[in-house]
Design a binder for this molecule. Structure first.
Ligand SMILES: CC(=O)N[C@H]1[C@@H](OP(=O)(O)O)O[C@H](CO)[C@@H](O)[C@@H]1O
Ligand SMILES: [Mg+2]
Length: 617
């Protein structure tokens, strides 16, 4: 059952400095670490290195709330797809999205302040510069503004004690803390967005807790499915295909497995009330404790290894249908779909395939109302990791705009918001969502006025009902595995497709991803969209030669050309390699060559990489 958050009031000490200094001094910087850096999605390290930065981020989150005049912010304790021993923090700004880039710099400065004295000086500077009740360097003289921090955590064993530290630090600053306990990352972001009333349109009720989240999404999902039961040209999804009647969810042995069950309860209740809109049965496997978090299961493993997940849940062994499966990652902000065909062959439907499905669906529905497709600008944001075939398909078949942004939610989210009225963004690993801008809502209002009084079987009317529920179903703050799962399922239902039909839209270029450990990964820098290394210069020259060689070996016709790029990970201590070619052997060879180059030119650690050989099931 959804749990209600616990509310802790801030300490009312007139001058919090002494307590803050004591907290900071009690959690010194680990000697093994030279500097904390803010990675692709916040601070992420082996858990024992984190108490120092977590105390400071508890203070920082309160400061950020103060700087926004008391708007509520969030801190999520999770290391997402990383292995169990790691942990980290993702900070949610008051609109529900990622922390503002300028404030990332302040967070890094506070994290690395050499001692409590310097940390306090920085806290006072930030307060005086960014709050109207700034204390001018002395917090005992003036009243601090309202501060509210929402906290959530994943299921890692160290997340609870780390959350307790963050709560203590925020309260010591005087902030009210709303502790949501174990939640998914996108749930926490959703709560923050709702707490501040930042969601559009205003008809979506403000519900900043778990039951609100579940009800809003489940009801909009059911409403979208219901539009399939209305007749009309091109409207097929009246009955669920047998192969999609049970959806198996691999929860990565993490929080997503616990939370998705709440939807199963809501669906049962809806069915008991006579709702017959084709809700699937949800069958969850890989719960916390069944196996190690993210290990040989979950979205990261399935997508990077292109292999099915191991099924740890004891009773599920052998009994699971593998025709309709999805895998979440450790904090349930990513999702990929997969299935085994009759011949037992594994097929992956990653974030790129989701972007294709979702963007073409939305575009088709918009065109039922606006055949010219001019009123609302739609587009897709991808990263360099997007499979070349998907980009080509989006441009040539879906005929939509495509923008390539830097890796990381903060970049793809910002690009979708900036470039499009309906911006679909998905990283290949399955993190993504759809952002609806003001012009979309204007379009919906105008269509509503135009179509009022027309038959509910009118195709434009059906399209309007579909489009109208999307902003409630699709998490508007960040990518969300549970929300995306329902969106994809509803689209498949309405299209009358199973995973096999969807999978056949286009064939992925064979690709390979790998990692190399080096002494200091920061010596590798890349160009703006990360498609080429800038330093060390010799690395890119050699990589280009390897790519040219592969291009001359493989005739690629009009399709995408073999390519390969490398970049330092912002979440793991490794350099990532991505290669794609016209054959799997070509992709494996290119990736291996890149790994060897990194190993030799960038200070590889341990034994040299071994040649890569992909064996498909
Ligand atoms: C290739 C890849 O999957 N990179 C992931 C990974 O970032 P890295 O900086 O590559 O470690 O984690 C990020 C946070 O989850 C996610 O946004 C990103 O897409
Ligand atoms: Mg994640």
């Amino acid at each position: 059952m959804p749990v209600s958050p616990k509310i802790y009031h801030g300490n009312s000490t007139p001058s919090p400095d002494a307590e803050l200094a004591a907290l900071i001094d009690a959690h010194p910087k680990p000697s093994s670490l030279s500097e904390y850096s803010y990675g692709t999605a916040g601070f992420r390290y082996e858990a024992s290195l984190l108490p120092c930065v977590f105390v400071r981020m508890g203070i920082f989150a309160a400061l950020r709330s103060a700087s926004l005049g008391g708007e509520e912010v969030g801190a999520m304790i999770t290391a997402s797809h990383n292995a169990e021993p790691d942990n980290g923090m993702k900070l949610a700004d008051s609109h529900g999205g990622m922390l503002d880039a300028a404030w990332e710099e302040h967070a890094v400065s506070l994290a690395n302040a050499p001692d409590s004295q310097h940390a306090l000086a920085l806290i006072h500077t930030l307060l005086s510069q960014h709050t109207s009740t700034g204390d001018g360097g002395n917090s005992s003289k003036k009243k601090l503004p309202k501060m509210v921090v929402h906290i959530g955590r994943d299921t890692r064993s160290h997340s609870l004690p780390l959350a307790a530290l963050v709560i203590r630090a925020s309260r010591a600053m005087g902030a009210t803390v709303i502790d949501h306990g174990e939640v998914t990352t996108p749930q926490l972001h959703h709560f923050v967005m709702h707490a501040n009333g930042h969601m559009l349109p205003s008809i979506i009720p403000q519900r900043c807790n778990e039951s609100g989240y579940c009800e809003i999404m489940a009801m909009s999902y059911a409403a979208l499915l219901r539009t399939g039961s209305v007749g009309g040209k091109g409207n097929v999804g009246k009955q669920r295909l047998h192969s999609t009647s049970t959806l198996v969810i691999d929860g990565a042995c993490g929080i997503g497995a616990l939370k998705i069950n709440q939807f199963q309860h809501i669906f049962e209740k809806l069915r008991a009330e006579g709702c017959t809109v084709g809700l699937p049965t949800l069958h969850t496997v890989n719960f916390p404790g069944d196996g190690p978090l993210n290990d040989k299961c979950g979205a990261e493993y399935v997508q990077k290894q292109q292999l099915p997940p191991r099924l740890y849940t004891p009773s599920s062994k052998g009994a699971v249908s593998k025709r309709y499966m999805t895998s979440f990652d450790g904090d349930a902000d990513r999702i990929v779909f997969h299935f085994e065909d009759e011949a037992g062959k594994f097929h992956l439907l990653d974030g790129d395939k989701i972007a294709v499905l979702v963007s073409s669906f939305i575009q088709d529905e918009l065109r039922c109302i606006d055949p010219e497709g001019k009123a609302v600008k739609c587009g897709v944001v991808q990263t360099a990791y997007a499979n070349g075939s998907s980009t080509l398909y989006l441009k040539n078949v879906v005929k939509t705009n495509v923008v390539i942004a830097k890796t990381g939610v903060k970049f793809v989210h910002a690009a979708a918001h900036h470039h499009f009225d309906v911006g679909v963004y998905f990283e290949a690993n399955g993190h993504g969502t759809v952002l609806f801008g003001p012009k979309f809502y204007d379009f919906i209002s105008a269509a509503d006025a135009k179509l009022r009084g027309t038959s509910r079987h009118n195709r434009a009317n059906i399209a309007l009902r579909r489009l109208r529920v999307l902003p409630a179903l699709v998490n508007q703050s960040v990518g969300d595995a549970m929300s995306d799962m329902m969106l994809v399922d509803a689209i498949l239902f309405l299209r009358g497709w199973d995973l096999s039909t969807w999978s056949k839209l286009y064939s992925d270029m064979p690709s390979k991803q790998a990692k190399v450990k080096v002494a200091d990964r920061s010596i590798i820098t890349t160009n703006e969209n990360e498609t080429a290394a800038v330093a060390p210069a010799a690395l890119q020259i050699a990589l280009q030669a390897a790519m040219d060689d592969m291009i001359s070996q493989e005739s690629s016709g009009n399709g995408p050309k073999p390519r390969c790029f490398v970049r330092p990970s912002g979440t793991e201590d490794a350099v990532r390699v991505y290669a794609e070619a016209n054959t799997q052997k070509g992709a494996d060879t290119l990736a291996y060559e890149a790994m060897m180059l990194i190993y030799k030119l960038c200070g590889g650690v341990g034994a040299p990489p071994q040649p890569l050989i992909t064996n498909r099931l």
